[in-house]
Design a binder for this molecule. Structure first.
Ligand SMILES: Cc1cc2nc3c(=O)[nH]c(=O)nc-3n(C[C@H](O)[C@H](O)[C@H](O)COP(=O)(O)OP(=O)(O)OC[C@H]3O[C@@H](n4cnc5c(N)ncnc54)[C@H](O)[C@@H]3O)c2cc1C
Ligand code: FES
Length: 507
């Protein structure tokens, strides 16, 4: 092994990661007392510079989407990363830090015999995280990983941000796993029926599989509107890579796009298409977008950001019908206005994809009803957008990428014999005109808002509190504070302590 001198111990602060450039590649150095660890410097999820992250209670938190890694080993602790950090050997001699040029090979899990058959239905956020977990934990039985898409396990969140904006070709959407990809492990096919009592899965093409434990990670289907003209061509929904490819093809610069709904996906699409040079109009039942999730002040600031970039809003109305010959050409609104449209995107909600599951309870929205450990029936768990589960004694269903992955990991561990309940803080991010908005928590009962920073300049952090207890935090350009809060908010947090933590954290 070749060792290269990379730093002096005295120059490495504690509790702060430092990036150093070697001839071969950048490294991240972490000092713990008189010991130093060296890792790859960029996050394996989407390449964030990890020196901008924070260290909390033995974990390094990525600044961008809050993946967590163990500081002693680099092992992944929280998604969106699904693999740990490459670690390099370190020597400290007389205060001089040297690092080896080859990464330490991870210990392969001890081989063991396992006669069980596990099934994971779905290769989206939850299902892929589940498979990565089963592999990492050394599951050695038979694994059936089933998806109806031929080439799934890609980063769906990129579709509304970078694919329809034309910055990324649909086929370049980042894969979720390099190793153990769907092409290596998966079964391409649509599940027609899962019989929870018989522990049996049947595919549309007639193949049948018995399982010992299964996870339903089938997500949801974007709902089209049930109005005249919804079947015209160039009227789209956006869920899959194929949907995004079709929208990207139709989105020629100068064309007119009408977005139905002011959901996060609708607004991300508005931003992406506007940046591509389309005329973009958003039709929505509300004056202020996302007021329920973000509050009226932040929702209004988000609308202003869109308006400042040329998006036109038609509020307090909805479409009556879409008109055109073959392809859509106009949208008639219930308020009588008619909008020119070369393409329409319906962003009005998602229906859980659960019709094939038999012998379990459902809630009114057709999601699967699970207990706190995500279990539906003996040997059967669910994870992701399709499940309502108990969180702090309340039933919740939350459609976030990182949360779906966390649930997939949890359900996989419970399939292996654990009995864990979800105790993390929901997190999501959304991207509009170059600004990333981050949300921690799940606003339900807040009655006070405390704002730090400048909402209009999109440099702010807002505490949504129930009296003096923080329920949700929303921020733009406060990544380090949000990284700290992603760990701290696992326990109840008062407003005063939260404000102090924000004050002490660089951003
Ligand atoms: C365009 C877009 C952008 C988004 N951006 C963000 C974001 O920025 N931040 C954020 O937090 N969240 C975002 N989300 C939400 C996030 O993507 C979802 O919460 C997440 O994908 C849910 O994961 P899941 O595994 O439950 O479902 P999915 O990721 O949808 O995966 C479900 C999989 O199951 C398969 N499947 C379904 N039924 C069957 C069947 N019968 N047989 C076989 N296979 C089946 C599907 O083909 C699919 O591959 C976005 C969503 C979309 C659509
Ligand atoms: S880049 Fe690190 S979690 Fe996304």
């Amino acid at each position: 092994m070749n060792l290269r001198i990379v730093a002096r111990l005295i120059n490495l602060p504690e509790n702060r990661a430092v990036r150093v450039q070697t001839a071969a590649h950048p490294l991240l150095l972490l000092r713990i007392g008189n010991q130093v660890r060296a890792f790859q410097a960029d996050c394996p999820h989407a390449g964030a510079p990890l020196e901008d992250g924070v260290i909390c209670n033995g974990h390094l938190i990525c600044p961008w989407h809050k993946a967590a890694f163990a500081v002693d080993s680099g092992a992944v602790v929280e998604p969106p990363a699904l693999v740990g950090l490459r670690q390099y050997p370190v020597q400290v001699n007389a205060g001089v830090v040297s690092v080896g040029d080859q990464p330490i090979a991870p210990e392969p899990p001890a081989p063991r015999l396992d006669a069980r058959c596990f099934a994971v239905i779905g290769a989206g956020a939850a299902g892929t995280a589940a498979v990565a977990t089963l592999r990492r934990e050394g599951f050695a039985g038979r694994l059936l990983w089933i998806d109806r898409e031929a080439n799934p396990a890609y980063d769906r969140t990129a579709l509304s941000k970078f694919v329809i904006s034309g910055e990324m070709a649909a086929e370049d959407t980042p894969p979720l796993l390099e190793e153990h990809s769907f092409a290596d492990l998966g079964i391409h096919g649509e599940v027609k029926r899962l019989d929870a009592a018989a522990k049996c899965i049947e595919l549309v093409d007639g193949r049948r599989f018995d399982y010992d434990a299964a996870q339903v990670a089938s997500g949801g289907a974007a709902q089209p509107l049930d109005i005249p003209g919804a079947v015209l061509s160039n009227v789209f929904v956006l869920r899959s890579r194929d949907d995004a490819a079709r929208i990207a093809d139709a989105a020629q610069s100068g064309a007119c796009a009408v977005i139905i709904g002011d959901s996060f996906i609708g607004l991300e699409a508005a931003s992406a298409l506007r940046q591509r040079g389309l005329v973009v109009q958003v039709v929505s039942r509300h004056e202020v977008p996302l007021a329920a999730q973000l509050g009226r002040r932040i929702g209004a600031a988000l609308r202003q950001l869109h308006e400042d970039n040329g998006v036109i809003f038609h509020s307090n109305t909805e479409p009556e019908r879409f008109d055109g010959h073959g392809a859509v050409s106009t949208v008639l609104l219930k308020n009588g206005k008619r909008l020119a449209a070369d393409l329409v995107l319906m962003g009005v909600g998602v229906k859980p994809a659960t019709a094939f599951v038999h012998g379990v309870s459902r809630t009114d929205d057709q999601s699967l009803s699970a207990d706190a450990q995500l279990q539906l029936a003996p040997g059967l768990w669910a994870a992701g957008d399709n499940v309502t589960f108990a969180w702090h004694q309340q039933p919740v269903r939350i459609e976030h990428w990182r949360l779906a992955q966390q649930l997939g990991v949890l359900a996989a561990r419970n399939m292996l014999g654990d009995a864990q309940a979800f105790s993390e803080v929901p997190f999501f991010w959304t991207y509009h005109f170059g600004k990333t908005f981050e949300v921690l928590g799940h606003a339900q009962h807040w009655n006070r808002l405390h704002l730090v920073g400048d909402l209009q300049r999109h440099t702010f952090i807002a505490l949504l509190c129930r009296d003096d207890q923080v329920e949700t935090v929303i921020a733009c350009q406060y990544q380090q504070a949000m990284a700290r809060l992603s760990r701290r908010m696992r326990q109840p947090l008062g407003k005063t302590e939260a404000l102090e933590l924000i004050r002490q954290t660089r951003h």
